[in-house]
Design a protein around this ligand. Sequence first.
Ligand SMILES: N[C@@H](CCC(=O)N[C@@H](CS)C(=O)NCC(=O)O)C(=O)O
Length: 238
Amino acid sequence: MIDLHYWPTPNGFKITIMLEECGLPYKIVPVNIGTGEQFKPEFLKISPNNRMPAIVDHEPPGGGAPVSVFESGAVLQYLAEKAGKFLPKDLRGKYEVLQWVNWQMGGLGPMAGQANHFNMYAPQFNPPEALKYGQDRYSNEVNRLFGVLNKRLADRTYVAGDYSIADMMIWPWVVGFKNFGQKLEDFPNLKKWFEETVGRRPAVLKGKAVGLDLRPKPGINTDEQRKVLFGQTAAVVR
Ligand SMILES: N[C@@H](CCC(=O)N[C@@H](CS)C(=O)NCC(=O)O)C(=O)O
């Protein structure tokens, strides 16, 4: 059995989608990031960066002690190796996928996360142009990254070879496109991949619905949530 330390967010959905695609049994261990459960000492032992998702696999390949993994890219790579699916074993195929996995982890995820923050959650600045600078900077970068993806999908069905962990990781970071200041009509190949090719897969729909009941109201809505999520420094976290 795999314990999935989880909250229903784009980085969480990557893992539930993969687990559903592979048919691997898992148990959700909720980490309510709005109330600060990511700072619990038991969780920090698994995920020292106080971020979910993370997994603990009690039946790792080859046996032995449970294996714990944090960082969603590493988790999906682990699960792909465990299941023998969605990550080619040959060198060329494997690195074709992994370069897009890293593109998502280092580019689309962080930039869309910041676009979301400035567009949806940042307080009013004085002067107001200061807020617009942050909004434009990150929304423009997501726009560029969506353009890269749109071009990539012009002559292929999936991002890298067959359907893979790259598709599963990128898809949840397109879901919130409006909050990142984007219109999918500007990216027709991406739109088709998002809405039809990947978006109609039963495991994707199932994975994206996992744990929605844990969080009746999406987003960050209370002062407590804002304080926990936006006030972090080394001193506060310790
Ligand atoms: N690079 C990390 C990012 C994970 C991440 O940012 N998780 C957010 C939710 S989507 C979180 O746990 N936030 C808690 C916090 O900010 O304290 C990954 O891909 O696993």
